[in-house]
Design a protein around this ligand. Structure first.
Ligand code: C5P
Length: 226
């Protein structure tokens, strides 16, 4: 049976590190919000059937985005954490053999080539886009001084999208949250459940807009994509 691919976009964060007057996904780059750029990638991809966007409970910005009336898109309420937001979105999936493609609202520079590489994965461990660590990594002590230098040879920086069978991911997130585990991405919930997700090497320009200086970078990369 062929699988149904459903994109989940957690967009219920406040983006406090951005120091802006609104959550970062609603900041404008090249005349469109970051969320609109991100959604366009998913809307245009022929293998993605639906897109579920988790937004904050009293989000005053979302209703202004006309793209959200697109027939592929459904809104759900976000949760306290990213993991809870993704779980709420997973609850809205009833299709047989559904796979969830979870992608940060704040990663608008994803390329179709990277997305297609990930969509080739079809085993129960699932997979994520990631990049090998190239900087030297230091571990600090509680004062912020260097305690030690890590061996970076097997270290990867996780990105999104992250791609899993929807039923397995739902189970893993549900269990992880019940056990009060710290879950900062979907793969970590799957790891806790005993899976070994594949690392698919992605591009360095798939940045997560997090700090003010990232906006100019996102604009530059998006200009080159057009
Ligand atoms: O804060 P961070 O950049 O790690 O957030 C990653 C993604 O998770 C963002 O797209 C953010 O909007 C989303 N998020 C969410 N619900 C939360 C917290 C974050 O959907 N409670």
């Amino acid at each position: 049976m062929s699988r149904t691919i459903i994109a989940i976009i957690p967009a219920a964060g406040v983006g406090s590190r951005m120091n802006a007057d609104r959550p970062k996904q609603y900041l404008t780059v090249l005349g469109k919000t970051i969320l609109e750029h991100t959604l366009r990638i998913m809307i245009d991809h022929p293998r993605i059937s639906r897109i579920i966007v988790a937004v904050g409970k009293d989000d005053p910005y979302v209703s202004a985005l006309s793209v959200l009336t697109h027939k592929k898109i459904q809104l759900v309420e976000g949760g306290e954490t990213r993991a809870a937001s993704v779980l709420n979105a997973l609850e809205a999936i009833s299709e047989e053999n559904a796979w969830a493609l979870v992608h940060d609202a704040a990663r608008p520079c994803l390329t179709e080539t990277d997305l297609n590489k990930l969509l080739e994965i079809n085993d129960e461990h699932g997979a994520i886009l990631a990049i090998p660590v190239t900087d030297t990594i230091k571990r600090s002590d509680e004062l912020g001084d260097i305690l030690t230098t890590e061996d970076r040879s097997q270290l990867w920086q996780a990105q999104t999208p992250q791609f899993f069978r929807a039923d397995l991911l739902k189970h893993a997130l549900d269990n992880g949250l019940k056990q009060h585990c710290v879950i900062t991405d979907e793969a970590s919930a799957m790891e806790l459940a005993g899976f070994r997700p594949h690392l698919i090497e992605g591009r360095r320009d798939n940045i997560k807009v997090t700090r003010p200086e990232d906006l100019a970078l996102a604009e530059f990369y998006l200009t080159r994509k057009i």
